[in-house]
Design a protein around this ligand. Structure first.
Ligand code: NAP
Ligand code: ZN
Ligand code: ZN
Length: 347
């Protein structure tokens, strides 16, 4: 066991503040990682505020982790001391159910172990990447290229894989018109990947001020969703919509933008349920689907794809003490386009 610095929320209404936690000693199959950067996901905010229910406190958020390996267990095969490494949204799963065997551990039938706000197999609470060090089984650890700027790699571990996975699953590419709804942490990665896969990409946003950025990210078109004339012009336009919105909104408004056989995939998780009218689906045989992060194998594939194609997240690097202000700014859609904590500021 070792005592390390972290930032935690003590209750659903308290700020995120300095805290000390213990990490387990390095087991036979574990790697110990000195954390260098950790991204700030909107899911951190939902969970710190207990908006999805069932939050475990004290909570050390953070599931977009990159760092360097400082120790390895004696049975570790694929990592050595000094390697760069990444940890995403989960650190364990049952390893035997059909989902785990299919490399889709995020859908584990027995419940994956979240990187934070979860319990490990011994029942201990898990603590995330707003901390200086983490110990993880090598099977749930990713290899990180030294070719890319590390702060920009951190958000790939959640925002990256969460957008890459559905775009791949639904075979998005050349000849398809794709809308990315919400230009935040997930949305800006969705734009980068959809453009890289060859699709014609439109950003649908509530923020007119993001148009120039959307184009810089590679989007071909931009539309403001509050304008009824624009929205009615876009009816039946898209093959695929990636919906990253984090707050209450009308799904029907976006479903109506799909063409025949089009699919809208929800990756954003607004805290409240939202009604869907049957007419939004049946008139054009549309599908409404959802997608959760991605498995370890696909996350590695995504990281390798990013290294090969020079794709990273656009980040604002912050000190840990700025975290509560960063949350406020994320809630106002005021981040370009992911906050990433420089963990050196925690030492
Ligand atoms: P984010 O950076 O805050 O981006 C969300 C974007 O949604 C905002 O930038 C804004 O874009 C838009 N938006 C916000 N409120 C809105 C409203 N009331 N109506 C319409 N648009 C609104 O958040 P994020 O980190 O990308 O996460 C997005 C969501 O995905 C969160 O709910 C998060 O929990 C969830 N998530 C899911 C998974 C998964 O596996 N499925 C993984 C990670 C995160 P504009 O300014 O362009 O309108
Ligand atoms: Zn996340
Ligand atoms: Zn499983």
């Amino acid at each position: 066991m070792s005592q390390i610095n972290a930032y935690a929320a003590q209750t659903a209404s308290s700020p995120v503040a300095p805290f000390s936690i213990e990490r387990r000693s390095v087991g036979h199959h574990d790697v110990q990682i000195e954390i260098l950067y950790c991204g700030v996901c909107h899911s951190d905010i939902h969970q710190v505020k207990d908006e999805w229910g069932g939050s475990i406190f004290p909570m050390v958020p953070g599931h977009e982790i990159v760092g360097r390996i400082t120790k390895v267990g004696d049975h570790v095969k694929n990592f050595k001391v000094g390697d760069l490494a990444g940890v995403g949204c989960f650190v364990d799963s049952c390893r035997t159910c059909p989902s785990c065997l299919a490399h889709e551990e995020q859908y584990c039938d027995n419940g994956m172990t979240g990187t934070y706000n979860s319990r490990d197999k011994e029942g201990n609470p898990t603590y995330g990447g707003y901390s200086t060090q983490i110990v993880v089984d090598e099977q749930y650890t990713l290899h990180v290229s030294d070719k890319l700027p590390l702060a920009g790699v951190a958000p790939l571990l959640c925002a990256g894989i969460t957008t890459y996975s559905p775009l791949r699953h639904w075979n998005v590419g050349k000849g398809q018109k794709v809308a990315v709804v919400g230009l935040g942490g997930l949305g800006h990665m969705g734009v980068k990947f959809a453009v890289s896969f060859g699709a014609e990409v439109t950003v649908l946003s509530t923020s007119k001020s993001k148009e120039a950025d959307a184009k810089k990210l590679g989007a071909h078109h931009f539309a403001v969703t509050s304008d009824p004339a624009t929205m009615s012009k876009l009816r039946g336009e898209f093959d695929f919509i990636l919906n990253t919105i984090s707050a209450q909104h009308d799904y029907n408004q976006y479903l109506n933008l799909l063409k025949l056989n089009g699919t809208m995939v929800l990756v954003g998780v607004p805290p409240q349920p939202e009604p869907v009218h049957a007419f939004s689906l049946i008139g054009k045989r549309r599908s409404l689907a959802g997608s959760l992060i991605g498995g370890i194998k696909e996350t590695q594939e995504m990281l390798d794809y990013c290294a090969e194609h020079n794709i990273v997240s656009d980040v604002e690097v912050i000190n840990a003490s700025y975290i509560n202000e960063a949350y406020e700014r994320v809630l106002k859609s005021d981040v370009k386009y992911r906050f990433v904590i420089d963990i050196a500021s925690m030492k």
